[in-house]
Design a protein around this ligand. Structure first.
Ligand SMILES: [Zn+2]
Ligand SMILES: [Zn+2]
Length: 221
């Protein structure tokens, strides 16, 4: 009986979205690790596009690349981001080498701000394990958050995260502009907390964060 079942092939569950692979019945999970036809939603808030994981990056580049709520970066490096937390909840980070989209999300909660990063990709897909670090300085204090593996999602959720986030207490938020540094890289390698950053005198209230020593950070990347 078993040998009969093993030879039964069924279409991939994403056949209706263009996947032409036939999957051995009962072994669908093997193909799930490589199927790129899972449907992802564009992370841009006012865009209704949904398409295969294959196409989501191109869609974003073609339609939203020039919008102010996106930032380009390379995995292994770091980038300064600024968000108006009074009006914005999402910033899209575009990684052009790996063709990945990440979403930086802020959640205003009663005691402070939750900041998290997710990757728009199917969780089943076999991809490199990535992690992120966030750095935030205010009033002589520096908060750093080093994440476990970046969560992958097919669409952006407005639900407050239960884990995998940095918490910025209200006492360290003074205006609506949140300036942070973020790095995303291979888990365990690319997203280390740069020691140079930790030693650097943190910014104080009202000053821009441009004096962060980028040359030291690059060495870490
Ligand atoms: Zn498939
Ligand atoms: Zn879109």
């Amino acid at each position: 009986m078993e040998s009969v079942l093993e030879s039964v092939f069924v279409p991939c569950r994403n056949a209706k979205f263009g996947c032409t692979k036939k999957v051995c019945y009962g072994k669908e999970s093997t193909h799930e690790k490589e199927c790129t036809f899972y449907q992802c939603s564009c992370p841009t808030l006012d865009c209704n596009y949904t398409g295969s994981y294959n196409d989501i990056y191109s869609h974003f580049v073609d339609d939203h690349r020039h919008e102010p709520k996106s930032v380009t970066f390379f995995c292994g490096g770091s980038v300064d981001v600024q968000m108006n937390i009074a009006s914005d909840t999402i910033l899209v980070l575009q990684e052009s080498k790996k063709r990945l989209l990440f979403v930086l999300q802020c959640f205003n909660e009663p005691l402070g701000l939750y900041v998290t990063v997710k990757c728009i990709a199917p969780s089943t897909l076999e991809l490199e394990k990535l992690a992120y670090c966030l750095y935030y300085s205010m009033d002589g204090q520096t908060l750093t958050y080093k994440s476990p593996e970046v969560k992958r999602v097919l669409e952006v959720s407005s639900k407050t995260p239960q884990d995998n986030f940095m918490f910025v207490p209200d006492s360290l938020l003074h205006d609506e502009f949140l300036e942070m540094k973020i790095s995303i890289g291979l888990k365990g390698i690319g997203a280390r907390i740069p020691i140079a950053f930790m030693k650097k005198k943190p910014r104080t209230k009202g000053r821009r964060a441009r004096e962060w020593d980028m040359s030291m950070l690059r060495k870490e990347a």
